[in-house]
Unconditional design. Structure first.
Length: 159
């Protein structure tokens, strides 16, 4: 069981069992127990589609709605970016734990690798964004302009 707290201060517990997986399958036609299935694989879709991840999380948490006295809409409203990140981490950790305890280390490793790939991709994109030289990009775009226009283009340093 993994927990996280939403933007409204509610604590949620994610638990992956056969029963939970069957509820998600019945509600969304998504088989959490075959994360490598599909094209692209379910793991990839869950890592890149926040709305799909949110629907899966809501389906997994549905049994706790009454305890918290909330509706689907209340839950979605409480899932800001920070909450979704915490929920995604809890979800992946729960998947890893389930597959390890089931003796499916291949699937546990696939989930762990997906987590690492997401982190690496975010870091790589941030690095590329940080390295952008906006002034050079603008000057390059203007390189087809007359020399007077190019010479009069202001240059700035810093940021």
């Amino acid at each position: 069981m993994k927990t996280f707290t939403d933007a409204a201060g509610r604590t949620w517990t994610l638990t992956l069992t056969l029963g939970t997986a069957m509820k998600v399958k019945a509600k969304l036609d998504i088989d959490l127990l075959q994360p490598e299935a599909g094209d692209p694989p379910l793991l990839t879709r869950l890592g890149t589609d926040e709305m799909l991840l949110g629907e899966v999380l809501c389906a997994m948490l549905e049994g706790q709605f009454e305890t918290h006295k909330v509706t689907d809409d209340d839950v979605r409203a409480g899932f800001d970016g920070q909450t979704l990140l915490a929920a995604q981490k809890a979800f992946y950790e729960e998947l890893i734990g389930f597959f390890r305890s089931r003796g499916r280390n291949d699937r546990a490793k696939a989930v762990a690798k997906q987590m690492a790939m997401i982190d690496a991709a975010v870091t790589a994109v941030e690095t590329r964004i940080d390295a952008l030289d906006i002034d050079a990009t603008i000057r390059g775009a203007m390189s087809g302009a007359s020399p007077e226009v190019l010479a009069s283009a202001p240059t700035t340093s810093g940021g």
